[in-house]
Design a protein around this ligand. Structure first.
Ligand code: NAD
Length: 302
């Protein structure tokens, strides 16, 4: 059983963190939290994802070790701070629970509804959603005032930003507690209001979607579109490469949230993006997306 970081004097101090979803984001969140000294309990409904999680975190910590970013001791301590469980209810007593499951509102709502009966009164709930209404997710819980969006960027260990999103009911104590966590991680928080896709994805996703339209309409090939934006706009990654990195299912889900949330056709998801998702070509995580990653080096798909 993880010890709560609560004490009488510092009621909102967070010591224990639960992470729901052990995919690329959940792994990364567990990794940075453990390195920063939090005790982490990670869960996933897919036993394979959960079984793979510790190995993924260990490999990523090794990479940081090789670069000299962390010490051997820090790596060992971080790994020792991460435990996994197949049982969501076990996260209930912790100081903060961060949901980082698949970007589908029904999935997230069901997780919060299942978690609520097991929560300690002080537990703060956070979602890593890229786009879904924080206020609406909070309304599925017993504590909208202790609920907020804590949106990490991918890859979590490398990216500096965390977007903090208040729902309509989020109280100041909760916001400050989450802000303190971001600071302890050595990251920078930016505050966004609770409108579809917040700030980063409100701006980034329509660009990626436009790149897929350019591909769909034959304006360019996968390689020429990515080269144009890398070399012409000085982006570190091309938009299609980046879409594969994020996950095409996540990109499509975010476009749908923008489209539905604003009822504006300028956010219409490109049918070609939907087609890749229908094929199960979700990008790097399935080794196939706008590029094929099954060989030695990525090969453009069209
Ligand atoms: P992913 O597909 O890599 O992982 C999602 C995980 O959630 C999977 O392991 C899946 O088994 C698990 N899951 C699904 N339903 C569950 C349930 N009911 N209970 C527990 N676990 C469940 O996706 P990801 O890229 O890690 O994205 C996770 C969240 O983070 C999404 O909300 C996404 O929008 C957000 N996000 C993603 C990125 C990115 O670049 N991929 C960046 C920031 C935020």
């Amino acid at each position: 059983m993880l010890q709560s970081g609560m004490d009488g004097e510092d009621a909102m101090a967070i010591g224990t963190v639960g992470v729901v979803g052990a995919g690329q984001m959940g792994n990364g969140i567990a990794h940075v939290m453990a390195l920063a000294g939090y005790e982490v309990l990670l869960t996933d409904s897919n036993p394979e994802a959960l079984a793979a999680a510790s190995g993924t975190v260990a490999r990523n910590l090794d990479r940081q070790l090789r670069k000299g970013a962390i010490t051997d001791e820090a790596k060992a301590q971080a790994l020792a701070r991460i435990r996994t469980t197949p049982t969501l209810a076990e996260l209930g007593p912790l100081d903060m629970v961060i949901e980082a499951a698949t970007e589908r509102e029904a999935v997230k709502a069901a997780i919060f509804e299942a978690l609520v009966p097991h929560l300690a009164p002080h537990t703060i709930l956070a979602t890593n959603t890229s786009s879904i209404s924080i206020t609406r997710l909070a309304s599925r819980t017993d504590r909208p005032e202790k609920f907020l969006g804590v949106h990490f960027m991918n890859p979590v260990p490398l990216m500096q930003l965390v977007e903090l999103i208040r729902g309509i009911a989020t109280d100041d104590e909760t916001f400050e507690a989450a802000h303190a966590v971001v600071e302890r991680l050595g990251k920078t928080a930016a505050t966004a209001q609770d409108f579809p896709a917040f700030i980063v994805n409100r701006i980034l996703m329509p660009m990626i979607n436009e790149a897929v339209y350019a591909l769909f309409e034959g304006v360019g090939t996968v390689e020429s579109i990515d080269a144009c934006m890398r070399l012409g706009a000085n982006h570190p990654m091309g938009p299609l490469e980046l879409a594969d990195f994020i996950g095409l299912d996540t990109c499509l889900a975010i476009m749908n949230v923008l489209y539905d949330g604003f009822a504006d056709t300028k956010y219409r998801p490109c049918p070609l993006l939907a087609k890749y998702v229908e094929a199960g070509w979700l990008g790097r995580k399935t080794r196939r997306g706008f590029y094929d990653y099954r060989g030695e080096s990525p090969v453009p798909s069209r």
